[in-house]
Design a binder for this molecule. Structure first.
Ligand code: AMP
Length: 196
């Protein structure tokens, strides 16, 4: 087993209409089971979220779901998880996901997925955590987003070294290798954790 024992996956609560995305979610779930990696995720039984969780549970993998109380009421929650953690709100949920996970993997999704990606990468940029973040770029899904990030670098809104914090690959196995090898840069002196 590598050093990443628990990986939090951010991904769609919808399944979308590209079969390669469902296939990638299944492949990622199988990879986690093979490597004895716990999945941490948003606890839904629907969409890409449900696909990766169910794939792992079918093979006796370990799945920890973290869900805010208000979403639990919407009958989307997966009740067959290894562990289900309920939080007061979305903020507490994200903090808990960050605290218990050793790394973060982002599969295709919508607003919720992007919000989670950008909050967790912002926390890394600020030195609030030192954990790897990987984007699984399934069938070019994130090409446009990566192009936008390059534009941000070119126009001076994003430092190249912060852009480089994001790990990207089209293969879940190679992405996991990159995440295992990741070393966070030193926190700049002017941004000690107690100041943020
Ligand atoms: P989206 O990409 O907009 O489908 O949102 C997916 C992300 O937001 C997931 O990683 C979840 O953490 C969270 N999320 C959105 N909708 C739900 C839901 N119905 N149940 C649980 N989590 C959700």
């Amino acid at each position: 087993m590598g050093k990443l024992k628990k990986i939090c996956v951010f991904c769609g609560s919808s399944s979308g209409n590209d079969d390669t995305i469902t296939a990638a979610a299944i492949a990622t779930g199988n990879l986690f089971v093979d490597k004895d990696i716990f999945l941490v995720y948003g606890a839904a039984k629907i969409g890409v979220m449900g696909t990766i969780a169910q794939t792992m549970l079918n093979k006796h993998g370990k799945v920890i779901g973290i869900i805010p109380q208000f979403l639990k009421k919407k009958e989307v929650v997966h009740l067959g998880l290894t562990e289900l953690i309920t939080t007061e709100n979305m903020h507490e949920r994200k903090l808990k996901m960050q605290e218990i996970s050793d790394g973060f993997m982002v599969l295709p999704g919508g607003f919720g997925t992007l919000e989670e990606l950008f909050e967790i990468i912002t926390w890394l940029q600020l030195g609030l955590h030192t954990k790897p973040i990987g984007i699984l770029n399934v069938n070019g899904f994130y090409d446009d987003l990566l192009e936008l990030l390059e534009t941000m670098v070119k126009k001076g809104f994003l430092k190249m070294e912060n852009y480089d914090l994001l790990l990207v690959d089209t293969s879940e196995e190679k992405l996991l290798q990159k995440m295992e090898a990741f070393k966070a840069p030193q926190i700049p002196k002017w941004l000690k954790p107690e100041r943020t």
